[in-house]
Design a protein around this ligand. Structure first.
Ligand SMILES: [Fe+2]
Ligand SMILES: [Fe+2]
Length: 491
């Protein structure tokens, strides 16, 4: 497909149902390397965990080098490669719980937890004191601390369990191998049985899980404090957190300067692809691309109970609108993927803001607004996604130029983006938010009609109306409230 032609067709589309740019695709290639997509998406997982970008990719390099020292089989190295890259797939599932428990920024809490030995009560207490109700009064801090102490070790176990189980579930959804899913389940177990969530010991923990556990800690220390500190930490926890044989394998290449220099490379994505065992390179065909989009929609929607099913529903509505224009099935497939992935940048916004009971402040709104640009940046890393990044990243643009993140106006906004925007606005308005009730369909129609031609495309609004009225719609709020109740029950 000619990308520049596609771009001009999509960008210059004028909102009239006479025109139909539907033969163009947003995604370029039918078959690309899965590692290329997963490396780009692993950055979204890094920001969810509050880690510097590239954490999962650097962990992957460290773990794969350990596997090389151990002369592991090709099949094991292939399973390990994806476990390392996607070890944090479940990380959005416990974000709301952590933000609520500490009364603070889940990104900061998650990252700083990795920089302490939380099995040491003194370090754990200091960590809680720093992160509980930051900026709050001493009483607020003490109340949060007391709640954490009351829920005790079980709360920590539960947090790890949610993350590991959801992560393994999504890995299976991506059709990755069972050893990959098992490694994600075992990620936070410790050699001496002091880890979470199952308190497994020694070789009860899968070898791949043990490597992932060591690699992720080494990466965090390496990036924060340098190689010596990382090796010192691994040596100190040898036989406690980590399998002694794996620490020895790590230390065997600590003086290989070229290897460690790779971790600082700005070309991490291309470095990564060289470490996937060549004879079992996984490819992403059309079916797998759909799975990847669905899986990451799950990761995004799990971030907050208030956005439960949001991406899935936006995708469904966007396809419904496209269908009214008589778009091709290829275009519908692409717009569905854009809908599923449009809010991937929300993983970079703290739950302390997303789940706030009151209306966000101006500064918090500014942080929320940055998600559209994050979505663009993450998706842009996958060259084969072509126009998908432009469309997904443009879902908050307005025809009058008052939208974000670029402030595009009129004909600068593509047909696909216009569809996505209307789908997103419709889904958001029919959903409840912590600070407002869900709107009825009649109210949604009135608001969209008022904004048609100013903010949103009138033809897309008309297409939405036709589609909406042709179909039955289950209550949006019921599914949201069930998700909120589930979260409250877990607290
Ligand atoms: Fe959004
Ligand atoms: Fe959205």
């Amino acid at each position: 497909m000619n990308l520049s032609m596609s771009r001009s067709a999509l960008v210059s589309f004028e909102p009239t149902s006479q025109q139909n740019p539907t033969s163009d695709r947003l995604v370029q290639a039918p078959i690309i390397r899965l590692s290329e997509i997963m490396s780009a998406f692993s950055v979204a997982l890094d920001v969810t965990q509050g880690h510097p970008q590239g954490h999962c990719m650097r962990s992957c390099l460290i773990g794969m080098r350990i596997a090389e020292v151990l002369k592991m089989s090709t099949a094991d190295r292939s399973a390990l490669f994806y476990a390392l890259l996607l070890k944090d797939l479940g990380c959005s599932s416990n974000a709301a719980k952590i933000a609520h428990l500490f009364g603070g920024d889940d990104h900061q809490i998650k990252h700083s937890t990795r920089l302490i030995d939380w099995t040491d009560p003194r370090q754990c207490l200091g960590h809680c004191w720093t992160n509980c109700a930051p900026g709050g009064s001493t009483i607020e801090k003490l109340l949060k601390m007391a709640a954490i102490v009351r829920s005790g070790a079980e709360a920590g176990r539960k947090i790890a369990e949610i993350r590991c189980e959801r992560g393994a579930e999504i890995a299976r959804m991506l059709q990755l191998s069972e050893p990959t899913a098992q490694a994600i389940l075992d990620l936070d177990e410790h050699w001496n049985g002091g880890g979470n969530p199952c308190k497994q010991k020694g070789e009860e923990i899968s070898l791949l899980g043990r490597i992932c556990g060591l690699a992720q800690c080494v990466e965090v220390y390496f990036t924060a404090f340098g190689l010596s500190s990382a090796c010192e930490m691994a040596t100190k926890r040898r036989g406690k957190w980590f399998d002694p044989a794996l620490v020895d394998a790590l230390l065997s290449f600590k003086n290989e300067a070229p290897f460690w220099a790779q971790l600082d490379s700005s070309q991490l994505m291309s470095e990564i692809s060289r470490w996937e065992p060549e004879d079992v390179t996984l490819l992403a065909d059309d079916t797998r691309l759909d799975r990847v989009s669905e899986a990451f929609a799950r990761v995004v929607d799990a971030k907050s109970p208030w956005t439960y099913l949001h991406s899935t529903r936006v995708a469904e509505i966007a396809v419904g609108i496209a269908n009214q224009f008589g778009c091709s099935s290829g275009f519908e497939q692409d717009i569905r993927r854009a809908g599923l992935l449009h809010d991937i940048g929300k993983l970079g916004v703290s739950n302390a803001i997303l789940d706030k009971a009151g209306k966000p402040t101006d500064e918090e709104f500014a942080q929320i607004r940055r998600h559209a640009e994050y979505s663009y940046q993450i998706l842009k890393q996958v060259p084969a996604f072509g126009e998908l990044a432009e469309v997904a990243g443009g879902h908050h643009e307005r025809l009058d130029g008052k939208g974000y993140h670029r402030g595009l106006a009129g004909a600068e906004i593509s047909f696909a983006t216009r569809i996505l925007t209307v789908a997103d606005v419709c889904e958001a308005m029919t959903a409840k938010r912590p600070y407002r009730e869900a709107l009825e369909w009649e109210q949604v129609q009135k608001i969209l009609a008022k904004d048609a031609g100013k903010g949103v495309d009138p033809d897309c609004v008309a297409a939405l109306q036709t589609w909406y009225e042709k179909h039955e719609h289950a209550s949006r709020v019921d599914s949201q409230l069930e998700a909120v109740e589930r979260l409250v029950a877990e607290l």
